[in-house]
Design a protein around this ligand. Structure first.
Ligand code: SF4
Length: 677
């Protein structure tokens, strides 16, 4: 409380070189070797640079300044990866420049932190994904969409700080001016800054706006929350009901906590904080011997130990690893209790909750009418102190899907269709609240709804949400044993007002859809399977992850495989098929339904719950560029699940392709096979 906290100077002088990120590998290499490119340039800037490319998953085993040796190591230019270890740091760059949708993908704060540790102080892009941009601001990195700054930086001009705060709300401006979120929050606790009160008057609100209004912090010291109305653009802090993080993030947050707050200080509200060991449970099974020899496995295991130690010290519930076998130096893990999103929806979330998680797929819990969104390491760490998180109320976008879907069309197909919508592809949905509605959505079960809210992350949205209804009540009664009469009052007021304002509406007929597949590289590369125009043989079929490891997903895999067995067919020769549940709860369901035996008989390999292959860290990853995988996971950015070609599809299509040996939609031989989805 007494530490000196000062704002940055009013003018910023950035001295250093500019790194232009393009598709041209040679151009990147020339810059890293010392050549400064002319601006404007006649080569297009690279779009869609994901955090997987900035800091591939294995780089995120580091959680300190060593990260500065690794930014852009996964940047794919054609088939090449031109950035080498240490080259960005050695290049003396102060600014990096790219095209649209910079920082898409996961919420990993290692990406901006790696750049910061390599010397980059400003990121310029046509548009910047919400979490990535907030992570930059929270760390003190400047961001801009103003390309005229390039010449000013090169000329060594001092640039008014106001250039970076213009158009921002008071809080974001304060965070930028104080050089980061922690510094701002300390100033807030010291009374140096006052969060402006929201003065929005009566207006119709969307569902998302209503939940944000209910959680609006009006007085941090007196623990007062709630305002009657908010509108897009209102800035403030919202009180969380649940905060969670996994082993990729907890250790870095814990270090920040120990360094900046105090070794022996206690977090606020430990009962509503959850930790997960899910992303790297099976890492040692797939890490190459070369990487193990370089010490990377030991670095990665530090994440597990750091998280366990902090959980124990703070009395926080950790959903951890199952036991280890006795093989090897440390034994081999046998799985996780659960993937974070799966467990939060199964066990903890309630309609109307406000949830933050250290993962871009946190919106998963929006399936029962929560506002759940991903935040970075600094925001998680700050929430342990204040229990709140900063927010700028985003505009809402309505996605209405009318009519009745064909039996083999699933929520995943809905999402691949939405992701190829021009509004989404052009990045206009970035940072928005996506409210899914319409008969075809409301006819889905909660698991399938969760596929849609989960994949709001691929849309680039702030979150995804679906109005809670009797299906949500039945889910909570069935899965958690809650009394429906006790749950129903939670639904009160949880729907959008009839005249609520949406910035944009995407609408289509479910009956117009067919099973889809997204071509490698981006979930937005969706096509109807019949549009593929060629038969694509597969090597791997991966059926798991938080998106596709739920009970209804298991029902879908089982329906296809049962159908196959009845026709004396099995997983095709030469195809490796993996099935992985999102939690032990789902595994128990599979046992009860007899699915484990069914999967075995059809030739699929069952793996204990964990993120695994989805994050390039478990059985099911590819090892060669020409390996072709069909996968039910949510994203297929370059390198996401190994170097191979990853096609995204629904659980039905993934299972059917495993049996066929090539990408195909499921043509059920039996009627009513999609029942229960
Ligand atoms: S399964 Fe994949 S998308 Fe889901 S939490 Fe794990 S790594 Fe993220």
């Amino acid at each position: 409380m007494n530490r000196p906290i000062e704002k940055r100077p009013l003018d910023v002088t950035l001295s250093g070189r500019i790194l232009f990120l393009t598709d041209d590998a040679d151009l990147i290499r020339r810059q890293l070797a010392g050549e400064d490119l002319d601006w404007p340039m006649d080569v297009p800037l690279r779009d869609n640079i994901s955090t997987d490319e900035i800091t591939p998953a294995y780089i995120c085993y580091y959680y300190d300044e060593r990260l500065g040796d690794f930014p852009y190591l996964g940047l794919k230019c054609g088939d090449e990866l031109p950035v080498t270890e240490g080259s960005v740091r050695a290049g003396g760059f102060v600014c990096s420049v790219s095209g649209s949708r910079r920082g898409k993908g996961s919420s990993r704060e290692q990406s901006p932190y790696a750049k910061m540790c390599a010397g980059i102080r400003i990121v310029i892009a046509e548009n910047i994904e919400r979490i990535y941009r907030e992570n930059c601001q929270n760390l003190g990195i400047l961001t801009s969409t103003d390309f005229s700054l390039i010449d000013r930086i090169r000329a060594g001009e001092s640039i008014p700080l106001s250039v970076f705060t213009e158009g921002e709300g008071e809080i974001t401006r304060g965070i930028i001016e104080y050089g980061g979120l922690f510094q701002y929050n300390v100033a807030r606790l010291q009374g140096k800054v006052t969060v402006p009160a929201v003065s929005t008057g009566r207006r119709p609100m969307t569902l998302g706006e209503k939940i944000l209004a209910r959680h609006w912090v009006t007085d941090l010291a007196r623990d007062e929350v709630g305002v009657p109305w908010v509108q897009p653009g209102d800035e403030g802090f919202v009180r969380t009901d649940i905060r969670f993080s996994h082993e990729y993030v907890t250790p870095m947050s814990a270090i920040f906590w120990r360094q900046l707050v105090g070794e022996h200080e206690k977090v606020a509200g430990p009962d509503s904080i959850f930790f997960f060991r899910d992303h790297l449970t099976f890492l040692e099974l797939v890490m190459t011997e070369e990487r193990k020899a370089s010490g990377l496995l030991d670095v990665a295991l530090e994440l597990k130990h750091q998280q366990e130690a902090f959980a124990e010290q703070q009395g926080i519930r950790l959903y951890g690893e199952l036991g280890r076998t006795l093989q090897g130096r440390m034994g081999i893990p046998t799985g996780s209790e659960a993937i974070c999103h799966s467990k939060i929806l199964e066990q903890h979330a309630l309609p109307g909750h406000l949830i933050i998680g250290s993962d871009s797929h946190t919106p998963h819990a929006g399936a029962i009418g929560t506002i759940a969104f991903g935040v970075g390491t600094t925001a998680i760490f700050n929430s342990w102190l204040t229990r709140d998180v900063r927010i700028k109320v985003p505009p809402s976008v309505l996605v209405r899907i009318n009519g009745t879907r064909p039996p083999q069309v699933t929520a995943k197909d809905f999402m691949l269709q939405i992701l190829r919508d021009p509004y989404v592809r052009s990045g206009q949905a970035i940072g928005k609240i996506i409210e899914y509605a319409g008969e075809a959505v409301w006819n889905l079960g909660i698991d399938e709804r969760a596929t849609m809210t989960n994949m709001a992350a691929e849309v680039g949205a702030f979150t995804g949400i679906i109005r809670p209804d009797e299906t949500a009540v039945a889910f909570l009664a069935r899965e958690r044993g809650l009394d429906p009469d006790a749950v129903r009052p939670l639904l009160e007021g949880l729907s959008s007002d009839p005249d609520a304002e949406y910035e944009h509406v995407i609408e289509f007929e479910a009956s117009d859809l067919e099973p889809m597949v997204a071509l490698p590289g981006d979930p937005g590369n969706g096509l109807f399977i019949h549009e593929l125009g060629q038969q694509i043989a597969i090597d791997i079929a991966y059926a798991g992850s938080c998106t596709a490891g739920k009970k209804s997903d298991m029902d879908m895999y089982a329906a296809v495989f049962r159908d196959a067995l009845e026709h004396d067919r099995r997983v095709a020769e030469g195809v490796q098929c993996y099935i992985q549940c999102g939690s032990q709860e789902v595994k128990r369901y599979c046992e009860e339904q007899g699915y484990l035996e069914l999967f075995k008989r059809v030739g699929a390999q069952f793996i204990e719950p964990s993120c695994g292959a989805c994050i390039n860290a478990g059985p099911g990853v590819s090892y060669a560029p020409d390996t072709v995988t069909i996968s039910a996971i949510n994203r297929n950015f370059p390198g996401r699940s190994g170097p191979g070609q990853l096609y995204l599809a629904s659980p039905y299509t993934t299972a059917a392709s495993a049996v066929a040996g090539y990408i195909t939609a499921w043509e059920p031989s039996t009627a009513g096979a999609s029942a229960g989805v």
